[in-house]
Write a protein that binds this ligand. Structure first.
Ligand code: ADP
Ligand code: SF4
Ligand code: MG
Length: 321
C-alpha cells in the first residue's frame, strides 16, 4: 500500500425494488442494481487520476464512496493507510475525512442561495469552531475572484464564478485530496478551460491530489496523470495518460475516442458512442460490453474478462494485446 488513496474491490449495490406490496401483487422479484462492481485502483499523492465513462457507469458513486457520502456494499477505501470504515469515530478519523473534499457538477445547486459567499466558503471551518477571520477573502483571491465578493450572494455570479466559489469552499479546510465530479460540464465552453487551468494551478501550488471524474476524454487529457475507464460499474482499462491516448486497448475506450476524435470538439456536444448502454439491473453475461463490441467472439458472451496487465496498461478484454 503506497498510494495516498487505495480503492480495493469496491462494490456498491442499490436496491431499486418497487415497494413490498407492489412486488407481492405484481409477483416481482427484488431489483438490485450494481452501480460499482469490484473496482480497484490507487491514486498517488500529488497526481490526478481521471475516471471516465458514459452516464450511469458508476463514476459519481465511486466519488461519493471516497468522500464518505455513500457507504460501499463491499470492498474498501484507504486514505493515507487509514480505512475509514473500520477506524473508530474520533480525532484521527475526523482528520482524514477533513483531508478529502468534493466539488460537484452543478455550482448552482451546491451553493445555498440565502447565504453570503463569505459564510458559504467559511462554513467547513466555522462548523468545527475554527478561525475564519479573513479566510473567505483570502480564498476568493486565490481562485481568481476578489475579496469584495465575500459580501455578495451566489445569484450575483456567473456559472464559472460560482464554480470558483465552490473550489474556494473546498479549499477552506486545507484538504489534501479533492474529488471533482464533472466540475466543468455545466459551464460554457469558453469558461471550462479557465476553470480547468485554475484547478491545475492550485494543484501545483498546494500539492493537491485529484480524483477527476468526467464523461469526456478530451476534458481530462491535459490534466490527468492516469486514466481509468469505467463501463457499467467495472474498470475496463487503466493506463498512464500518454499510454492511453496513444494506444487505447479496450474496444470501449477506442469507441469513446471515435466519439470525440478531435481536440477542437473540446467541451462541445458530440455524438455519443454507438449502441445503447445496457440495463444495469440485468447486465449482459460474460463481458458486459459484448452487445456493443465490434470484435466480440463467442467467449465474450460467456466469460467475464478479468483486468490483466499488458505493458503499462491494465485492461479487461479477452482479445486485448
Ligand atoms: N441512490 C441511488 N439509488 C439507486 N440507484 C442509484 C443511486 N445512485 C446511483 N444509482 C444508479 O447507479 C448507476 C451509476 O450511477 P452514477 O454513479 O451516478 O453514474 P455516473 O456518475 O457515471 O453517471 C446508475 O444506473 C444510477 O441510476
Ligand atoms: S472481452 Fe470481448 S466483448 Fe468484451 S471488449 Fe473484449 S472483445 Fe469486446
Ligand atoms: Mg455522475
Amino acid at each position: 500500500m503506497s498510494a495516498l488513496i487505495e480503492v480495493e474491490n469496491l462494490t456498491r449495490v442499490f436496491d431499486v425494488s418497487k415497494p413490498w406490496l407492489n412486488r407481492v401483487i405484481e409477483r416481482l422479484p427484488k431489483a438490485l442494481l450494481t452501480a460499482v462492481s469490484d473496482v480497484s485502483f490507487g491514486i498517488e499523492e500529488n497526481s490526478v487520476y481521471a475516471l471516465v465513462g458514459e452516464s450511469g457507469s458508476g463514476k459519481s458513486t465511486i466519488g461519493k464512496i471516497i468522500v464518505g457520502l455513500v457507504p460501499p456494499s463491499s470492498g474498501k477505501v484507504e486514505i493515507d493507510g487509514v480505512d475509514l470504515a473500520t477506524e473508530p469515530e474520533g480525532a484521527r478519523r475526523a482528520a482524514v475525512r477533513e483531508n478529502v473534499q468534493m466539488i460537484f457538477q452543478d455550482p448552482y445547486a451546491s451553493l445555498n442561495p440565502r447565504w453570503k459567499v463569505r459564510d458559504i466558503i467559511a462554513e467547513p471551518v466555522s462548523a468545527r469552531g475554527g478561525d475564519t477571520e479573513g479566510l473567505a477573502e483570502r480564498l476568493l483571491e486565490q481562485v481568481g475572484l476578489s475579496a469584495q465578493d465575500a459580501g455578495k450572494y451566489p445569484h450575483e455570479f456567473s456559472g464559472g464564478q460560482r464554480q470558483r466559489i465552490c473550489i474556494a469552499r473546498a479549499l477552506a479546510s486545507n484538504p489534501r485530496i479533492i474529488v471533482c465530479d464533472e466540475p466543468t460540464s455545466a459551464l460554457d465552453v469558453s469558461v471550462q478551460s479557465q476553470v480547468l487551468n485554475l484547478m491545475s494551478d492550485l494543484r501545483e501550488e498546494l500539492g493537491l491530489t485529484y480524483l477527476f471524474i468526467s464523461h469526456d476524454l478530451t476534458v481530462v487529457r491535459h490534466m490527468a496523470d492516469k486514466v481509468g475507464v469505467l463501463y457499467l460499474g467495472t474498470l475496463v482499462e487503466e493506463a498512464p495518460r500518454d499510454t492511453l491516448y496513444a494506444d487505447p486497448k479496450h474496444p470501449y475506450t477506442q469507441m469513446l475516442f471515435e466519439a470525440a476524435p478531435r481536440m477542437d470538439a473540446f467541451g462541445r456536444d458530440i455524438d455519443p458512442p454507438k449502441g445503447e448502454i445496457p440495463d444495469a439491473i440485468n447486465p449482459p453475461p460474460g463481458c458486459a460490453f459484448h452487445p456493443r463490441c465490434p470484435i466480440a467472439v463467442d467467449r465474450c458472451r460467456k466469460e467475464r474478462p478479468r483486468l490483466r496487465e499488458v505493458g503499462k496498461t491494465r485492461v479487461a478484454c479477452h482479445l486485448a494485446e
